[in-house]
Write a protein that binds this ligand. Sequence first.
Ligand SMILES: Nc1ncnc2c1ncn2[C@@H]1O[C@H](COP(=O)(O)OP(=O)(O)OP(=O)(O)O)[C@@H](O)[C@H]1O
Ligand SMILES: [Mg+2]
Length: 358
Amino acid sequence: MQPNASAPASKPQSGVLFVGIDLGTSHSAIAASNGVRTSIGSFVAYPRDVISKKALGRDKLFGDEALKHKHACDFYRPMEKGEVLYRDLDKSINRDPARTQQAIHDLLEHVVSLAKPRPDDLIYGVIGAPAQASLHSQKSLLEAARGVLDCVMICSEPFAVAYGLNFLTDTLVIDIGAGTTDLCRMHGALPSADDQVTLSSAGDAVDRRLFELLREACPGADFTINMVKQIKEKHSFLSQRAAERVVVTLPVRGVPTQFDVTEALQKATESIVPEIVNGLHTLIAGYDPEFQAGMRDNVLLAGGGSQIIGLDKAIERKLAELGGGKVRRVEEPAFAGANGALHLAQDMPAEFWNQLDG
Ligand SMILES: Nc1ncnc2c1ncn2[C@@H]1O[C@H](COP(=O)(O)OP(=O)(O)OP(=O)(O)O)[C@@H](O)[C@H]1O
Ligand SMILES: [Mg+2]
């Protein structure tokens, strides 16, 4: 976040709707200064032909509705990022780059419309991006915001989480999303590139690992990556004690069949812990030694992936091998990023904004 040349001369005091937007790989959330807070799955679908357009009665679908009708549509999960792409496993996801950019624009427009701006409102929006988002992806977000927002600012997702919760000093934030896990070190000032790490060990990576493990654990069963994700969200846990067995029903040549997936689930979930702890350790080790202890004891876990039961304790156990630490989960993982982005939108002075024309 830098002051920039295309900033507006001043920030108006009235007639403005401030919005904080977390445009995620799997979910997009918005928090607005008029009190609206809502989220939707980051899916966009366009009916494929005149028949599907007539049947669906619209020319764009979003969220669960897009997912439900994906076979009658050109279907996008446009915010995909990281090294693990769902579209390699789910062939129904379209990969055309120009239309993906259009889908990002349409998704953003839809998310902003959910905040119900008044027709004459100026809209100032802060959008969260991965901690180490490339210049290219930041540019593509700015481009997507043209015609949707009047002024825009891009900020790192984990920084938004910390800002919203007012954890501005000696804190480490871990935001476990679908495409990436973003780590950020907070030391009382705006974080720089050295304070942030982006990893591919996130929710999509767990889904992909679980997909492979279930192929071995459930011989003959038919399942998709979406079914695997649902199994994970319903049952995932990390525990040292032998927990209850997890038994799921999957079709084998059309016949519903029960499988015990406990070990596969545990292994897949565990697979993201070492890289996350390494990332944490790098950020701690590179910090002023006088303040390292305070930072270790103040690790915040956010993002949808933080809902894996026992993940906070699993990270603590691994961190204990490297000097210890305390990990806490934030209360509202789905909205922590959007809430923080809204706080930033309300607080940041004019010179930090990009004014978009038309
Ligand atoms: N109860 C749960 N248990 C385990 N994982 C969960 C649970 N609920 C959601 N998730 C996972 O959290 C991830 C989504 O988290 P989140 O909504 O924070 O991601 P995102 O912001 O869309 O992604 P990114 O930040 O990478 O762009 C998905 O992989 C989802 O499967
Ligand atoms: Mg996210």
